[in-house]
Write a protein that binds this ligand. Structure first.
Ligand code: ADP
Length: 399
């Protein structure tokens, strides 16, 4: 069965076409700059990359272009789009309603729309992607996979903020957590690598990409995570601040900053970019740090320090830790940062093997010494693969 996985952003659609159940990726691509004159599609299939540049006015037209590309007679990935029997959609916010992936119907669409209030940057484009897929592939089963779902198991002691209780009751202001598909996948995979059942191990998962979050996974369930009501909370990210004293916002508001200035500052001008003043990209910062740039060095040090604090906190939350996992662009590729983060964790039983660590780049592997009590893994994340599996499973129940 061919399953198409869609991740629709505000001006982009990322996609992967899977053969299921083998999980073979038959094609993948990225359509960017939707709505601009020079929208461009990069499509990869059979080891080659095909690029198209043309005006794509909206997501529905974008989906059409992707489907046309899949059946392009010069380079067909599939013979007919009717071979796509199911489409899995990444949806960022499922509120308190969705604790797992589900088939999309009118009620689900209405709920995703309702939660746009909680995730105004993400849910609307996700929904546009769903509508575009339904329009272009009316015969296919549509499935929604939520970033928040894996964190639905977080207990109230960890998800409730110490604000007046009615703020939660009235507005559902609480910790939701994000990157759930990734944390779920890598924690599950760590259990497999340990030769144990998911229910039998405790893991701290560090998803370190442009957005970063840490999760505490106890006996197969997320019990806490660093991102909160929005993806802004937690560790330092590419352009997001992570945790800070909210009174700073009141102080700056009194100095004349508007709500939208502050929102922009915290989400787009802070984090690694804000501290370094030069880049949100860890590769650039590492190059700058190597050349002695003090602000880049500081940004990297703060980034690592704050993650280490979360690892310490989640060790306490879990009671005992069997494995720590690094994933995401930084977690998978940057051995220097992994070493920096774990450097001071010998007290809790983490010892990194320098050589093993240096050798595990963009691949699965173990990076701790033989005497380390906690095993430390690098596990490339596979959010699309998880979405394909969930979609295949749910579609199987329907077709
Ligand atoms: P996103 O959250 O947008 O999916 P990624 O998971 O791709 O982002 O992570 C982006 C981050 O990973 C950037 O800071 C980038 O510098 C870093 N990164 C990606 N590839 C490498 C690499 N080969 N070496 C070091 N850092 C990398």
């Amino acid at each position: 069965m061919k399953v198409l996985v869609i991740n629709a952003g505000s001006s982009s659609i990322k996609y992967q076409l899977f053969e299921m159940p083998s999980k073979e990726v038959i094609a993948k691509g990225l359509l960017e700059r939707i709505g601009e004159q020079d929208s461009n599609l990069s499509h990869k299939h059979n080891g080659s990359e095909y690029k198209t540049k043309k005006y794509v006015p909206d997501h529905t037209a974008g989906m059409s272009l992707i489907l046309e590309t899949l059946v392009d007679t010069d380079n067909p990935t599939i013979e007919d789009i009717s071979q796509i029997r199911a489409v899995g959609h990444r949806v960022v916010h499922g509120g308190e309603e969705f604790t797992g992936s589900c088939l999309i119907d009118e009620n689900v669409i209405a709920s995703i729309e309702k939660f746009a209030d909680l995730a105004p940057l993400h849910n609307p484009p996700n929904l546009v992607g769903i509508v575009a897929a339904i329009e272009n592939l009316p015969g296919a089963v549509q499935v929604a996979c939520f970033d928040t779902a894996f964190h639905a198991s977080i207990p109230k002691t960890a998800y409730l903020y110490a604000l007046p209780y009615e703020i939660y009751e009235k507005y559902r202001v609480r910790r939701y957590g994000f990157h759930g598909t990734s944390h779920n996948y890598v924690a599950r995979r760590a259990a497999e690598l340990e030769g144990k059942k998911f229910e039998d191990i405790n893991t701290i998962t560090c998803h370190l990409g442009n957005g970063c979050s840490i999760a505490a996974v106890k006996a197969g369930k997320s019990i806490d995570t660093s991102m909160g009501f929005t993806p802004l909370e937690g560790v330092v990210m590419g352009t997001r601040s992570g945790d800070f004293d909210p009174a700073i916002l009141f102080y700056l508001a009194e100095k004349g900053y508007s709500i939208s200035d502050l929102n922009d500052m915290c989400n787009k001008q802070s984090g690694l970019l804000g501290i370094s003043g030069s880049s949100n990209d860890m590769r650039n910062l590492c190059d700058l740090a190597d050349s002695g740039d003090e602000r880049a060095i500081l940004a990297i040090d703060i980034f690592a320090y704050r993650i280490r604090k979360y690892v310490g906190a989640y060790t306490a939350a879990l009671g005992s830790v069997d494995t720590i996992v690094f994933t995401g662009g930084i977690g998978e590729n940057n051995s220097g940062l992994r070493e920096k983060i774990c450097g001071n964790l010998t007290q809790i039983g983490v010892e990194i093997d320098e050589q093993k660590n240096a050798n595990v780049i963009r691949k699965e592997g173990v990076i701790n010494t033989d005497s380390s009590r906690i095993r430390v893994y690098v596990i490339p994340t596979d959010e699309e693969g998880v979405i394909a599996e969930d979609t295949y499973r749910l579609a199987g129940e329907k077709v």
